[in-house]
Design a protein around this ligand. Structure first.
Ligand SMILES: NC(=O)c1ccc[n+]([C@@H]2O[C@H](COP(=O)([O-])OP(=O)(O)OC[C@H]3O[C@@H](n4cnc5c(N)ncnc54)[C@H](O)[C@@H]3O)[C@@H](O)[C@H]2O)c1
Length: 288
């Protein structure tokens, strides 16, 4: 996202505590200030004297399983952190606030891909607090959008975080290591390419839209299907290890992106096969 904003000529100021973020990912033209969003004073110091046009709020703890063990930490960073970021965005004069929310963890089980008016049913503390963060953003007196993102994948995704199944699998293929399947591999998720998500965020920063929008493909892909796609691209997996299902995981998570398309905010562009190929190339698992 920073790369896209710099490419169109924006000045970018990043605030991050680097707890999972990596300075090496950041273009040197973007300024980085290290601060914890749950610490109002630290955030105020990081932004002192700044005038800011638009804010994209991404900072969060993001592990579903960990959120069940570290409830206080997740409440602090996601709920208090969002309150602080919203408050300071107003003070710095921002005219648009883009909140990065989650579809996967908010809707719960979605036998039919969820629309924005589908009642939320978060199964984890992570999802519950992200839903509260949306309420905080909606209650702010500034134009604001919450983007409920599906499962993102693409180049430079970390492999040690929970959601990065594609990053993890591609690395296993590359290093000739066995892949681990949780449960029976029939878990379904809506995988959306990072470049497409960036387009949604940049569009939302344009300031013409407010409210909640799903950003996903509307297609649910099982882990078994994912393995089939990767096999077509990279060859037979080096090995498959089976492990028990993980707690607080939904069986099927999928968001319907029709509202964003209908209202001309965004449409998904990159199909799974194409996105997997680009990711595998960028990660050095496929030549060229
Ligand atoms: N990855 C996905 O598939 C996905 C899907 C839906 C929503 N999201 C949302 O996207 C956002 C980014 O998540 P991600 O998956 O890229 O994970 P990530 O861990 O790579 O990114 C989170 C970022 O927030 C920073 N951060 C964490 N705690 C902080 C704190 N207290 N103060 C300041 N910075 C802090 C981290 O250092 C990191 O740079 C999150 O809001 C997450 O809920 C991600």
């Amino acid at each position: 996202m920073v790369d896209a904003l710099l490419a169109r000529g924006d000045q970018v100021l990043v605030v991050d505590d680097l707890s999972t973020g990596d300075r090496a990912n950041l273009d040197g033209r973007a300024e980085l200030r290290v601060a914890d969003v749950s610490d109002r004073g630290a955030l105020e110091r990081a932004l002192a004297g700044e005038r800011i046009g638009g804010v994209v709020h991404c900072a969060a703890k993001t592990k579903v399983v960990e959120s069940m063990e570290k409830e206080e930490l997740y409440r602090d960073v996601i709920v208090r952190g969002t309150e602080n970021v919203v408050g300071l965005a107003r003070q710095t004069g921002a005219s648009i606030f883009v909140n990065i929310s989650t579809g996967g963890a908010i809707y719960g089980e979605t036998p039919v891909c969820a629309e924005e008016n589908t009642p939320v049913d978060p199964r984890s503390n992570y999802g519950r607090f992200k839903a509260q963060a949306e309420q905080i953003v909606a209650g702010s007196r500034m134009p604001a959008v919450s983007l409920r993102l599906a499962n993102i994948y693409g180049p430079r995704q970390r492999r040690d975080l929970e959601g990065g199944v594609i990053a993890i699998f591609i690395e296993c293929w590359k290093r000739r290591r066995s892949i681990t399947m949780f449960g029976d591999g029939r878990y379904e998720r809506d995988y959306v390419y990072v470049g497409d998500v960036v387009e949604a965020v940049v569009a939302a920063l344009g300031g013409k839209w407010t409210g909640v929008y799903n950003i996903g493909t509307g297609v649910a892909t099982s882990v078994n299907d994912l393995v089939r796609e990767l096999t077509a691209l990279l060859g037979v997996p080096p090995g498959v290890t089976h492990a028990p299902p993980r707690p607080a995981e939904v069986l099927r998570g999928c968001v319907d992106p029709s509202k964003a398309a209908r209202e001309d905010l965004w449409r998904p562009r990159t199909g799974l096969r194409d996105g997997l190929r680009r990711t595998a190339r960028a990660e050095g698992a496929l030549p060229g």
